[in-house]
Design a protein. Structure first.
Lengths: 346, 229
């Protein structure tokens, strides 16, 4: 599990005819990968039979613990985000409506998909907070990158409404935080959850400083029905959104083709200074939330290509945030594999 | 579902003696393609489309001077001379389905809506019709399309079973489309569900013996050239 990677450097220390070759062993090259997780994320109760359940995080955490992966990660503590960061994306009336819905003890918020309980509002603040803390740690150089095992997920949440199990758009808020707190100019978001991140796309539709890429099941057959190829950004943001829809039944071949054709050249050109990932694991063949058939190796391919882009463009800086993934038998393995790529252990 | 809800009201109309120049200008300025022509009482007597206007223009092959002279002559003609007299119309109590059939069979792009006495009430264009159908199909709402195959021999009661499953899972139904002729002796049902949460519905459908269609696989299967029977 813990692999020793040794890099050798050959220095030419002589001049002229006699040359001495020195071989030096460098320190282990595993990256310092942070891990955000908090037991309080389990308090967000979506109701029985709801696929976005606390069990998802429980099984991920237990798996990482049992496999020994957890001990190789730098644990990052989550604290509730300051509301002003949430307000960079969501309008204040929406935030207040969410608060009221939870306080009133409702068990869904504006749509049966959005199951809530009294703790959901605070948990959502904590999810955003976890992402911001991960960003802080990367920007301060304490870690190289991070994975945030949070709930509730975020990429369907719009500025003024919840959708698809999402309440606050964790990744979008992270992007704004990077820009306003750290002066980062170009943020790249890669969303490989099988559902199009309508919230994230719409938030940055007109913004050329944040590039949104999504690969997802074709909107004609899958929620949320957005993310067609011709949706490429609006006004000044035109050209800074790219969508790769995948028909149901398709898998690795199609994913590989689209990633190489649509994502890689676009990101190389945009050259983001920091990359955020909306990491959903529901495109897997055994996840019944979607009709796509991506294999475990297919997911590895995506993680590998992303890390190449990260190393090339953003100097290794990436924060990956959990979105979907609902098959408890396969989710933890996919998360561990993804983390291995972040940590450069693959 | 009804024309009266979907038609454009507050229309710009013209009298029969408005000049072609005025008609062309106002259609360009306001960005519409069909101008109803009414008499002084408001009864519909004709309709002018942007194509009628274009057909009346001089040929662009003429030399500039000739073009401009001819254009000046034409522009003063009344729209009465180029309009379609007694156009096809529909009533406000018609359904959008009626309108769809009329437009398909009669190949028109817009239908003026009149009342029993012939007074103009509104206009329903192809674009309005597209918007109406997107709305009643609810495909502008976020959701998932299910594709279910049903054996036509056992078709009785199948729709009820499917809808029962959807109802049990407390999922809102946007629309259901039915293909009565699908492959051989089959029917296909396409419910559009207004939810992200389709895992349980799919599992139940499969457990109840329904077959779900894989769109890409269906397309590939139908690519094979048919062998002669």
């Amino acid at each position: 599990m813990h692999c020793d990677r040794v890099q050798v450097q050959i220095r030419d220390v002589g001049l002229g005819r006699s040359r001495k070759i020195v071989i030096e062993k460098q320190e282990n090259l595993m990256k310092r990968t942070g891990f955000v997780y908090d037991e309080r994320y389990l308090l967000h109760d979506t109701g029985i039979y709801h696929p976005e359940s606390p069990e998802r995080l429980k099984t991920i955490f237990k798996w990482l613990e049992d496999s020994g992966m957890l001990s190789q990660l730098t644990r990052i503590e989550a604290t509730k985000a300051n509301q002003r960061w949430i307000e960079t994306v969501h309008n204040i009336h929406y935030i207040m409506r969410f608060d009221e819905a939870c306080i009133s003890g409702l068990n869904e918020f504006e749509h049966p998909d959005n199951g809530i309980c009294r703790d959901s509002y605070d948990t959502a603040f904590l999810a955003v907070g976890g992402v911001l803390k991960a960003i802080d740690a990367v920007m301060k150089g304490e870690i190289d990158n991070a994975f945030c095992a949070v709930r509730p997920p975020g990429h369907h949440a719009e500025a003024d409404k919840p959708m698809g199990f999402c309440y606050f758009n964790n990744v979008a808020i992270g992007a704004r935080y990077l820009q306003k707190e750290y002066g980062i100019e170009r943020v790249g978001i890669i969303d490989f959850d099988v559902h199009h991140g309508n919230g994230t796309q719409h938030i940055f539709d007109r913004d050329p400083s944040v590039f949104y890429y999504s690969i997802h099941e074709h909107p004609s057959f899958a929620y949320p029905g957005t993310g067609r190829e011709f949706e490429a950004g609006l006004g000044e943001g035109e050209g800074y959104t790219v969508n790769s829809p995948v028909l149901p039944g398709r898998g690795d071949d199609e994913y590989k083709r689209l990633i190489m054709q649509d994502l890689v050249p676009a990101f190389k050109k945009f050259n983001p200074e920091f990359i955020l990932l909306s990491a959903g694991f529901d495109a897997h063949e055994s996840d019944m939330m979607s009709g796509t058939n991506l294999s475990t190796e297919g997911y590895d391919f995506i993680s590998e290509v992303i890390m190449n882009l990260v190393n090339r463009c953003s100097g290794g800086r990436v924060v990956s945030v959990l979105e979907g993934g609902y098959n408890l038998d396969i989710l933890p393995l996919l998360v561990e594999n993804h983390i291995r790529f972040l940590a450069d252990l693959k | 579902m009804f024309v009266s809800e979907r038609m454009a009201k507050n229309l710009i109309t013209a009298g029969p003696d408005m000049t072609i120049f005025e008609a062309k200008t106002i259609m360009a300025e306001k960005g519409f393609r069909h101008l109803p022509i009414v008499d002084s009482a408001g009864k519909l007597i004709g309709i002018v489309s942007d194509r009628d206007i274009r057909a009346a223009m001089p040929s662009t092959l003429l030399k500039k001077a000739d073009y401009e002279i001819t254009l000046a002559k034409i522009m003063n003609f009344p729209v009465e001379d180029i309009m379609t007299k007694d156009p096809l119309t529909i009533y406000a109590y018609y359904t959008i389905q009626d309108t769809l059939l009329v437009m398909q069979k009669k190949k028109v792009g817009a239908l003026p809506v009149i009342d029993q006495e012939g007074y103009l009430k509104g206009l329903l264009s192809v674009r309005d019709l597209l918007r109406s159908f997107v709305s009643v199909l609810n495909i502008d709402e976020p959701g998932c399309l299910l594709c279910i195959v049903v054996n036509a021999k056992e078709k009785t009661g199948q729709m009820k079973k499917i809808v029962d499953i959807i109802t049990e899972e407390r999922i809102a139904l946007g629309s259901i489309l039915v293909a009565r002729a699908w492959d051989n002796n089959k029917r296909a049902i396409f419910p559009y569900l207004l939810t992200n949460n389709i895992i349980n519905v799919k599992k139940k459908l499969i457990a109840n013996g329904f077959e779900l269609i894989d769109p890409m696989q269906w397309y590939l299967d139908h690519q094979q050239p048919q062998k002669a029977e």
